[in-house]
Every structure is written in C-alpha cells, then in structure tokens.
Ligand binder design. Sequence first.
Ligand code: MN
Length: 444
Amino acid sequence: MSYTINETHDPQLTSWVESAQRPGTDFPIQNLPFGVFKRRGSAEEPRVGVAIGDQILDITACLGAGLLDGSAARAAAACAAPNLNELMALGREYWSALRRQLSALLSTDSPAYKRDPQIAGRLLAPIAGAELLLPAAIGDYTDFYASVYHATNVGSMFRPDNPLLPNYKYVPIGYHGRSSSIVVSGTPVRRPRGQSKAPDADRPGFGPTRLLDYELEVGGFIGLGNSLGQPITIDNAWEHIFGLCLVNDWSARDIQAWEYQPLGPFLAKSFATTISPWVVTLEALEPFRTSAFRRPEGDPEPLPYLFSVEDQRHGGLDLILEVYLSSQRMRDQGMEPLRLSRGSFSDMYWTLAQLVAHHSSNGCNMRPGDLIASGTVSGAAKESRGCMLELTWRGAEPIQLPTGEQRRFLEDGDEVIFRGFCERDGFARIGFGECRGVILPAIT
Ligand code: MN
C-alpha cells in the first residue's frame, strides 16, 4: 500500500527556514527526515528531530510549546527519546499525522511562526553544532544480496564457471549481520585483523586485512513489527517499513574469501557497519516510487509469497546513489573527494517488500528499529558498481586518484562518502545527507 501524495509533497511549498530553499539542499521542507541529536558538548539528553535545510527542528520543543495536537502530539511524545524506536512502533497513521503538522509548522504560511518569529530560536538547532547519534536502537541487522549485477560480478570472480548460484532468482539471499558494531556516519573505522589465506600459500595467517572494501547499500528500518510465528505478507510489507538510510557494509575481502564457505560472511563484515544519521520516511519517498526490477525473459516469476501486483508496479525506488573517496593526501592538498561510482536503487532484483516478506516468511519476528540492508547496489554499467571489488575487478584495474595515487582496495586514511538523492520532474529534490567513514590503521 502506498502513501497518498498530499500537500507535504507540494513542490511549491517553502519554509521560513531559509536554508531549506537553498538549491541542492538535501533537506527541503518536502523531505523532513528523522534523526537523533544533541547539541555538541552539551549535557542535554539526546532526542528526536527532523532536518530542515541546515537546521534541526526539535520535536520535543515543538510539543512543549503546544504547537502539535491529536495523533501528531502522541507521535511527538514518542520523540522525547534517545532513539526512534518508540515512534517507529506507532505506525503509519501517527507518522503521517506528525509529518503533516511539522510541514505546516515549518511552512512559510505557518500561523505560529507569523505570530511569533522568535519561536525559531527555541525550536531549531544548527546541524553544524549538533552531534548526530544512531537513529535507532537496532536490535537485529540483516544484510541481503539483492542486486543481480553485484551477485553476478562477485560470483564470476570467485566461481568463473558458475557465477550465479541456482537459488538466486528464487530466494532473496541474506545473512544475519551484527548490530553491536553499527556506527553512525563520521565514526572512524579501524582496519580489522583476521585470518586469511593467499591462493598460493600452504596455510592461512592472521593480520590486518589487505583487501578492505566498502559496500554501497540502502537500509530499511522496520516500523511496526510482527508477532513470532505470524509472517508479514508481501501485500502488507511496505506498511512495516518506517524509512530508509544509507548503509556502508565495510568488508574485508581476504578474510571473507577464506571464511565464507559454508555458512556465509562472519568476521569479514562484523567489525563495522556505518549508517547515515537521517532516516528518510517512505512517505517522503512516495513521489519517487517506480516499478520493481523488470526481470529479463526467461527468469522465473517470484514465488507467490514474494509476488504482488502492487509491489511489482510500485516496489522500486528511483534513488540515485553515489560513492566518493578522498585519500589523506587528497585532503592534505585541498582536493575535493573523487566520485567513484553512481548507480540507482531501482536496479535491485528484489524490492524491500520482498526482503521483508521473505525474512518473516518462516515466522521470524521483526521488531521496531530492526535494520534490513539491501546488499551492494550495482547496476549493469561499470560506473554503477557499488564496491571496490567490482570497480577494480579484484584489484586488476586500479583506480587512479588525482594525486597520482592508485587504489585497488582502501588504504589507511582513506575516507569513503556515500550520498543519495531522489529527483523527478514536478517534485522537489530530496536527499539522504551523507554516510562517511575514515579508515584508521589496524591495532598493532
Ligand atoms: Mn553487504
């Protein structure tokens, strides 16, 4: 079930927060993504806010000033918390009511603002002066493998004769990730150590990974959960997703190659996962929905529990995703980060609804704040490959940096930056902000 396009999506809508009108801003009034913040260096409690231009609207302050009522006030009461879980657990009626009233409050026509422009000082905090925290207490984290291009590319490197395993077009492949090591954008990532074996070596060794990589992914936060034993159907799956963020599934390829058979990724992934701080709601994304991936002739139809006409028609998302890299030397020389790739989330073989329906199809219960990541987002074109393993074809085709440096995989001091945004004629462009992390040397 989709959201209705309403006045909150109106491209003509403007805000009294001037930076929300700045061309290229990720956070115009049509977006209103949720996050958790506190003023940097303050002793105040972390709480929920929405991004608007270069500011954060403090929802608890809005409620305290008597500016919200009804279901929106109930939803705002859930925002006086150090994570979004309580809001996520309320469901769509409450999320929508809050969005509608926050949009009205922030709009240029807001009676509350016209009455008293001084409210700006009480309701806003600059993003630049805020510490952004993990948006949710993530109980469980699952990572999928939903790009057939990524699966085929990686498969052909490791199994040239048999790149795509026979289950791929039937089963949305995933593994259970580690939630304890999920960190918010800006947190440095320590190069992990682990066990690996060079192809020509007799035996494995233990040490810092030499093949450190990023994976460009999109994460879906579960809103309403399901009871143990009660699967979420494909028709209801979208109602269980609160919103999306960017995810970097950092990966140690040498550790992964040695450990992954027969039970899948383990320590090659669990050392760190970075997510963007702002959760863009499904309602904000509604104008950018598109059809599900068009399966080529000869591919099987999804099994009935993964098939719905509505999801096929509407389950994709026109979300453009970009990866940038800056080396220490590039930063020292004042160079801008280099764009490594650009792809689209609409290229994914499985929709988010299919991932949720599959995940719960055995009765497994999803809980508010659980994170479901898509898997590396890669498209058909080389420039849309979502990890270094694919971009450099396992190191065979190094990336040239503007300093003259080369990259096969990530070096210490490298910073990886993801950006994501949606654009469509007749609607305001909305963005996800950034998901970034810099690599620290391994412990010695
Ligand atoms: Mn992954």
